[in-house]
Design a protein around this ligand. Structure first.
Ligand code: GLN
Ligand code: ZN
Length: 756
């Protein structure tokens, strides 16, 4: 009864071994052979770890050198022409060429685009399909991995990204065409892969079709049916895996697929286990994703037991239990953490622990004895009533929030008049987005402070010197609105999290973001409040050095929320309001200290969008409100800026306007100001700073080129409402690039202003 399986495991290694090996390989410091050996080791350790925790059917094919969508593209021989050039053979360097535009064996050519994997912070490589694409099984690592796992004595279940989701996520390389026209050809390759797996003695294959959590067109629904019909021709058992959101809109479709089993995410579901049991025939496997695969919280196993016990009794062997989705989105092993408080640690579970949770659950289901579950879940219950988690003052403040707390005193047209009188800025004011180059010396100083090699006052002296330098540089460049440069910040969320109550930090809680890049999000475990001012000292010091306006620099509530692991016992809207209030306190302290331009960054605003469109307006309402709570306590003459860096504004422009920032700076240069069309056609009323150069590139933008972009912007937005700034912060750039680029930016702005 109740077999335990897993949909996927983190591939980065317990201590990010894969990242370090891959980067060493890229730099020529590790041979390809040694890299391959490292991959082997990590897979071996991952399977052992999972088997040891109690997982009975192990995933294979979840490992990737760069990205699993890219693996799938290679499996189908979907390789952009520019990345094929030199070698004919498809190998590991082909993956790297596509993923990052270069590989040790040569070819520097533009990498493929990267974008967010559904509503997670993982980014996949967008496959590029030609209109006359041919498909074949070009990448065969999967079969080797199956062999490896079998040789190590495991029962395995290969995991494949489904053909229809693959097509959905791909883009047309050149001309537009209907991607689904390739489905039949792709299915032939999938069939051959499945046949080979049969020959290897594989019984079950997991086919992931996460697009079932979206709102699908008739064409895609039909494509899914066709796909399962074709795949079922091969003599192998298929487990359809769905996750990330409810799929109840497609229950009838799912029931009609000729598959041997279906996995549902029970954590993000609008139906219960009994309904799913009724839906899936009893000769099919029903797999229930009962443990949240993408958070860090210990499960309340008593509660999970109640959810599934009855179905387990009825269904016997044809009930499987699993995490809700692949554990790719969860850190690897809580046991490594040595600095978390005992309380907080007892509330958490990472990937390894989630496997153990399933094993505990299964034991209880078998014995119908819940004693062990009770003991395991008691910290979760203690957490709910903990005084540390619950801050009654914060809760009362959130409960008392009104519509007016999210509204500035006067409408924008009146505010902007007062701001113009007060700030006295020229036409087309120039500014930057906040950070200046994070030099080695700066990073070293922060490390030394953490390690105790530098005391607070020495650190302060050094950071003040950095601030002085940044201010002098900006004055020499004649920039209008200055920033202090963010030298003291390691990361725009961690910096604030460390100073707010309710946040915890792990030592090894990394998750893959893309390629070799990992992030270590803070954990929001309790009610959030701001015990002390966070930025006032640095900002007022910077202001004291100049007669020009110094812009205060904060991270907004929505971004702090989405770039953290968020507590699961409170709704996101409420958490966002709590953070909004904490930032509001900081904004008001800045204003009191004489700072009258304050930027509240929200680069993650779009990231929080739910998968289904019908839920968007609810999200956008609370997200914009939380931002406004942070921004609205100030006087009319205080100018609030916000900053966002991404490519899509059309479908959220109304919400952007609803945020009511006096000035929004956005990333636009790579789109040639095309992004501004959304603002133009919506008649976006407030001021805008469209980025005039790409900060991701080391190239210096020329004055004439910046001018041409600005002229384009001025055709879309009245020139009185335009600001001039780079696309984003400058922390990854070198000083000489920064100086030259900004000099050209200022001179372009002056040139246009003179002519206007
Ligand atoms: N103020 C931040 C910086 O300049 C903004 C970063 C971001 O948008 N991601 O670095
Ligand atoms: Zn940005």
């Amino acid at each position: 009864m109740a077999l335990i399986h897993n949909l996927g495991f983190p591939r980065i290694g317990k201590r990010r071994e894969l990242k370090f090996a891959i980067e060493a390989y890229w730099e020529g410091k590790l041979s390809q052979q040694a890299l391959l050996a490292k991959g082997y080791e990590i897979r071996k350790e991952n399977w052992a770890l999972q088997a040891h925790s109690g997982i009975e059917l192990l995933p294979v094919g979840d490992f990737a050198w760069y990205d699993h969508v890219l693996n799938t593209a290679l499996m189908l021989d979907v390789i952009p022409k520019r990345h094929r050039q030199e070698t004919k053979d498809v190998d590991i360097d082909t993956l790297f060429r596509i993923g990052r535009g270069r590989a040790p064996s040569g070819c520097a050519c533009t990498a493929s685009e990267m974008t967010k994997w559904f509503n997670t912070n993982y980014h996949y490589i967008v496959p590029e399909l030609e209109e006359h694409q041919r498909f074949s099984n070009a990448w065969t690592e999967l079969f080797e991995h199956v062999r490896e796992a079998q040789a190590q004595g495991y029962q395995v279940k290969p995991v494949l990204l489904g053909p229809v989701t693959f097509l959905y996520l791909a883009k047309c390389a050149n001309t537009e065409f209907d991607k689904l026209k390739h489905l039949d050809a792709i299915l032939v390759t999938y069939q051959s892969v499945l046949s080979k797996l049969t020959e290897q003695g594989v019984e079950w294959v997991q086919i992931d079709e996460p697009i079932l959590a979206l709102e699908l067109s008739e064409e895609y629904r039909q494509a899914l049916k066709n796909s399962f019909n074709a795949l079922s021709e091969v003599n192998i058992k298929l487990l359809l895996a769905t996750y990330f959101d409810s799929v109840s809109a497609y229950f009838e479709d799912i029931r009609s697929y000729p598959v041997q089993g279906v996995h549902f995410d029970l954590v993000n579901s609008d139906v219960d286990a009994n309904e799913l049991h009724a839906l899936i025939r009893e000769d099919q496997v029903l797999s229930l994703g009962v443990i949240n695969g993408r958070n860090v919280w210990r499960a309340d196993l008593e509660e999970v037991y109640e959810q599934v016990a009855e179905v387990a009794r009825k269904r016997g062997d044809n009930l499987w239990i699993a995490p809700s989705c692949s554990l790719l989105h969860s850190p690897v092993d809580l046991d490594q953490e040595e600095t978390l408080s005992e309380d907080i640690k007892s509330w958490l579970a990472f990937a390894k622990q989630k496997g153990q949770e399933l094993a505990l659950l299964k034991e209880a289901l078998l014995s119908e004895d819940k004693t062990a579950l009770k003991a395991y879940s008691s910290p979760v219950k203690a957490r709910a009533t903990s005084n540390a988690v619950n801050n009654v003052d914060v809760q009362a403040r959130v409960a008392a929030l009104t519509v007016d707390d999210g509204r500035r005193l006067s409408p924008f047209e009146q505010r902007i008049v007062k701001q113009k009188m007060h700030l006295r800025l020229p036409l087309l004011p120039t500014t930057t987005i906040g950070s200046f180059p994070q030099t080695l010396a700066i990073r070293q100083a922060r490390r030394d402070l953490k390690a105790g090699r530098l005391d607070e006052s020495e650190y302060r002296i050094q950071m003040e010197a950095e601030i002085r330098y940044v201010v002098e540089e900006q004055e020499a460049l004649d920039i209008d609105v200055l920033v202090h440069g963010e030298a003291e910040r390691n990361d725009m969320v961690e910096y604030f999290g460390e100073q707010l109550d309710g946040f915890a930090f792990t030592q090894f809680g990394w998750v893959q973001s893309y390629g070799s890049r990992c992030v270590k999000p803070p954990i929001i475990w309790g009610d959030v409040s701001r015990p002390n001012p966070m930025t006032i000292g640095w900002t007022t010091y910077a202001q004291s050095l100049t007669a020009k306006k110094m812009k205060g620099m904060l991270t907004g509530p929505v971004t702090i929320l989405f770039w953290s692991f968020v507590r699961d016992d409170l709704d996101k809207a409420t958490i966002a309001k709590q953070i909004g209030l904490a930032i509001r306190d900081e904004v008001l302290d800045l204003e009191k200290a004489g700072i009258d331009i304050i930027q509240i960054d929200e680069p993650a605003f779009r990231e929080g969008m739910p998968l289904k469109r019908k839920q968007w307006s609810h999200y956008l309402d609370w997200a914009a409100y939380a931002f406004r709570v942070s921004a609205s306590g100030v006087k009319d003459q205080t100018q609030i800026h916000t900053h966002m860096c991404y490519a899509e504004f059309n479908d959220i422009i109304e919400a952007i306007a609803d945020m009511d920032a006096d000035v929004i700076t956005i990333e636009t240069s790579r789109s040639n100001m095309e992004l501004l069309s959304a603002f133009e056609s919506f008649d976006y009323p407030n001021d805008i700073g469209p980025g005039v150069y790409d900060i991701h590139s080391p190239n210096i933008p020329e004055v004439e080129w910046i001018k041409s972009l600005m002229n384009k912007a001025a055709q879309k937005i009245p020139v009185e409402r335009l600001w001039v700034n780079p696309d984003c912060g400058l922390k990854t750039r070198a000083w000489h690039e920064t100086r030259e680029a900004l000099r050209n930016m200022v001179s372009a702005a002056e040139g246009i202003a003179r002519g206007a």
